[in-house]
Design a protein around this ligand. Structure first.
Ligand SMILES: NC(=O)c1ccc[n+]([C@@H]2O[C@H](COP(=O)([O-])OP(=O)(O)OC[C@H]3O[C@@H](n4cnc5c(N)ncnc54)[C@H](OP(=O)(O)O)[C@@H]3O)[C@@H](O)[C@H]2O)c1
Length: 347
């Protein structure tokens, strides 16, 4: 059994890690932290875990994580970078769900996240936790920086177009119009997240520049081997879970004869958690709710020169905790799908 520690166990991604690992045949949560809920039984806060997890939250300051095999940080940015060096030195592997180890250039991180990076010497070693792109490196990693929720959808949606060794679309002008449910903002009291503010309403945010942009352009550039231009506009929709990305790319004249449906099907043929749906499909967020599956549909309206790629994922599962468990499985030589084969709950 892999001994798992979770820092930040009361938040949305932390509780999702609990749900998934409680059902995992090869891993067990042995430590879970919360500064606010020190001493509270986990099942008192999350009754769905009654009988499945006999553990109390404990303050991180008095929780020994060095006995764990792996520690997940489901915390705000800045927490993992402070604790990862000591854990790695103690032989513990670290998976961070925040942005501390996603961006390779510390200056770019500091500009977008407004804080100094205190573990810059680990940025070279950290592996970006997107298994469909980085599987081999994740298998041997000690430290994994998990992608953000939107970046997972955007990178997996554009990847087949960019991974062909030569350009098929105008890579300087990709467009991602993405919508997320409110759990993407975390489990906190904030005016814009109140029921009367977020429900029956639909709005864009971060139009001038969102933190997920530099991470996504870094990842898309790594996939294509060329620099990539991306316009990304996120939106908040009145639902709890889920992301729908509508991605646009202009097809180059020399690629007008490409069968993009077949290209996507071949690219993801062996991927357990990417489903390329039949031509003409319009994937819905409820078809992935609470599951680690990401679904894609490829459209070419009017057989013209614009490719439209629809992507849905559950932001808390494939966009966060599920993908983190997928990485843990790879890092510990388990079946990649272990503990992650739940079918989406719909309606
Ligand atoms: N929500 C998503 O869809 C999503 C998707 C992908 C990635 N992420 C990223 O994953 C991370 C967690 O997101 P979330 O939505 O789960 O956040 P959240 O719901 O706000 O939960 C944050 C958790 O971290 C703990 N925490 C806060 N400050 C801490 C500190 N200084 N030291 C130790 N623990 C601390 C909190 O508990 P206490 O305050 O009681 O300690 C809480 O359990 C974030 O970096 C987020 O950007 C989120």
């Amino acid at each position: 059994m892999i001994k798992v520690g979770i820092v930040g166990g009361t938040g949305y991604t932390g509780s999702e890690l609990l749900r998934l690992i409680a059902q995992h045949p090869g891993a067990q949560v042995v430590a879970i932290t919360s500064r606010n809920e020190d001493g509270l039984e986990v099942a008192k806060m999350f009754p769905a875990l009654r009988g499945r997890l006999n553990l109390k939250f404990s303050d991180p300051a008095k929780t020994s994580l060095a006995d764990c095999d792996v520690v997940f940080f489901a915390t705000p940015h800045g927490v993992a970078m402070a604790q990862a060096p000591a854990l790695l030195a103690a032989g513990v592997r670290v998976i961070d769900l925040a942005a501390d180890f996603r961006i390779k250039d510390a200056a770019v991180f500091e500009k977008w996240y407004g804080m100094a990076h205190s573990a810059q010497d680990l940025l070279g070693e950290a592996v970006y936790g997107l298994p469909e792109v980085n599987r081999a490196a994740i298998r041997t990693a000690r430290l994994v920086g998990m992608p953000g929720c939107y970046p997972t959808a955007m990178q997996l949606g554009f990847a087949p177009l960019l991974a062909q060794g030569h350009a098929l679309v105008d890579e300087s002008h990709l467009i991602a119009d993405c919508k997320s449910g409110v759990s993407g903002a975390g489990r906190k009291a904030e005016l814009g997240l109140l029921l009367a503010e977020a429900s029956d309403n639909f709005k864009a945010y971060g139009v001038a520049g969102h933190r997920h942009l530099p991470e996504t352009t870094q990842g898309l550039g790594a996939i294509s081997g060329r620099s990539v231009g991306l316009n990304f506009v996120p939106h908040l929709v009145p639902m709890i879970r889920g992301i729908l990305g509508t991605l646009y790319a202009r097809i180059l004249p020399e690629a007008m004869d490409v069968d993009f449906q077949t290209l996507y099907e071949r690219h993801y043929h062996d991927e357990p958690f990417v489903d390329v749906m039949p031509a003409g499909s319009t994937p819905e967020t409820r078809s992935v709710r609470a599951s680690n599956m990401l679904r894609i549909a490829v459209h070419r309206p009017g057989a013209g020169d614009t490719l439209v790629v629809l992507v849905v994922e559950d932001n808390l599962v494939k966009g966060a905790a599920g993908q983190a468990v997928q990485c843990m499985n790879l890092m510990f030589g388990l079946a990649e799908t272990s503990g992650l084969e739940q079918i989406a709950a719909s309606p």
